[in-house]
Ligand binder design. Sequence first.
Ligand SMILES: C[C@@H](O)[C@H](NC(=O)OP(=O)(O)OC[C@H]1O[C@@H](n2cnc3c(N)ncnc32)[C@H](O)[C@@H]1O)C(=O)O
Ligand SMILES: [Fe+2]
Length: 572
Amino acid sequence: MRVLGIEGTAWCASAAIHDAETDDVFIESDAYEPDSGGIHPREAAEHMAETLPEVIDAALSYAEDTAGAGGIDAVAFSRGPGLGPCLRTVGTAARAVAGTLDVPLVGVNHMVAHLEIGRHRSGFEDPICLNASGANAHVLGYHDGRYRVLGETMDTGVGNAIDKFTRHVGWTHPGGPKVERAAADGEYVDLPYVVKGMDFSFSGIMSAAKDLYDEGVPVEDVCFSLQEHVFAMLTEVAERALSLTGNDQLVLGGGVGQNDRLREMLATMCAQRGVAFHAPEPRFLRDNAGMIAVLGARMLAAGDTVPISESAIDPNYRPDQVPVTWRGTTASSAGSANATEIAADTAETVPDAADAATDAATTAADASEDVTTRAATDRGDALDLRGAEAAVEIIDEATVRKRRRPKAYRHPTLDETLRRNRTTLEARLLNEARRAGVPTPLVHDVDVANAELTLQYVGTADLAERITPDRVREVGAHLARLHRAGFVHGDPTTRNVRVGESAPTLIDFGLGYHTGHVEDHAMDLHILEQSIRGTATDPDPLVSAAESGYAAVGETNVLDRLRTIEGRGRYR
Ligand SMILES: C[C@@H](O)[C@H](NC(=O)OP(=O)(O)OC[C@H]1O[C@@H](n2cnc3c(N)ncnc32)[C@H](O)[C@@H]1O)C(=O)O
Ligand SMILES: [Fe+2]
């Protein structure tokens, strides 16, 4: 089976031929490079109109030269997300070619293609995917027939954020590779670091970066630190998603994935966690029609074609809107991790594994090849599988010690700052929560220098494993109590609630902060609901229970804002 793929969502006019039998992928691309500023939608669409016929011709000639392999069985095209004027040009071209060749049309979601190319190249069955591209930044996990958005940017895509900074300093588009080059000679400076549960934001960090540059901080230092902060945020959220779902495979997608430092951080994090990691070669990371053809072939095999009359493009097409027809019913491994985490001193094994993974990632990036690193660490029960951030050691039946271990992927200064700040804040918020009427573990001791808390042992299982509407309703009410007391939990996932004989108890306030903003309160509730939707088989009654519990205690405008957050398209 051979499929012609066509891509042109923003900057890259591209056509490809994928042969499903040999796995050969031929790609022909023509990049739009604005003379100044960012991508102008109209100019980009003109670029598509001019160059798509040429790249499609090149792909069709290749198909003809290799005709022994058979004809073309379908035309797959990027249906969205992307810039409307560009997508319309792509759609028109795809319909025309499909008509001429008299073959079916396959409408592909560009973000799902960024994910599936990693799954295809790695052979991983059920990975978590970090998509780090120009207009998007999100973490996806498969559950129950859909790719769920486990976490995403609250403002712009990661590449666009970086490109905006480079426009400010007068560099041409695309800025990402220029930042990477400049960062090689830079030193660490402080910037904001914004992760809220599984979501993250770039706007504060980008304006701070512009300010530093305007104040005369060397641009190399700003670039270095931008990478250290932004990529650590992405890596942290990817790790949270692995932790939440109990998944042990990660793939990377998107143009920013070409960045060596991002790949290095992800490989290091995965090695430290005992998780397999795959980054496709650069030609499959940046926008390309190869990934469209590869997913197109899978969709075609599943009979997932689209009649011309229904093949309209969608600039806001979200990955979680796509019914995943081409995968078996592989159950998500959510909830399979151990309920009780056992800490171990992995200091001896982890750096070796991390170094090996890092070397592999860097070497492969240089050689422009796919890179897969498999976990070198022994995933025995000695390894902490659950906590994304911290290890909890059981001291006795009534006491645990929670330690935020250094993360090898983070810059040491950033790592120390985050671990200390989160430890102090967590102790404070645990006490404030209890005063507000929300059950939390008692804080017996705080050791800031070692980022260690000694806490009361609570519950017998995570809410994730014993989820019921009644329990979720109580958690909803508890969130409202925190918000009335002037702060948020910051990460109220179903794994951060302990249950047992007594009432649900909230743990892990390390991402909490004081705020009176309705947006932050709604985001807290959104995180709870996302974690339910990401893992529960029948989430609707549970989500309703969370909201009714919240409504009984909290402000109704928070629920209104929650609807706005859910309806917000992230494509900008
Ligand atoms: C919807 C679609 O149009 C969009 N595609 C897209 O943005 O192109 P993509 O090729 O996936 O990513 C381009 C981004 O990737 C960045 N980039 C390229 N090389 C980079 C590098 N070495 N370091 C950092 N960023 C890099 C560029 O600066 C640019 O922002 C998307 O996937 O969001
Ligand atoms: Fe893309």
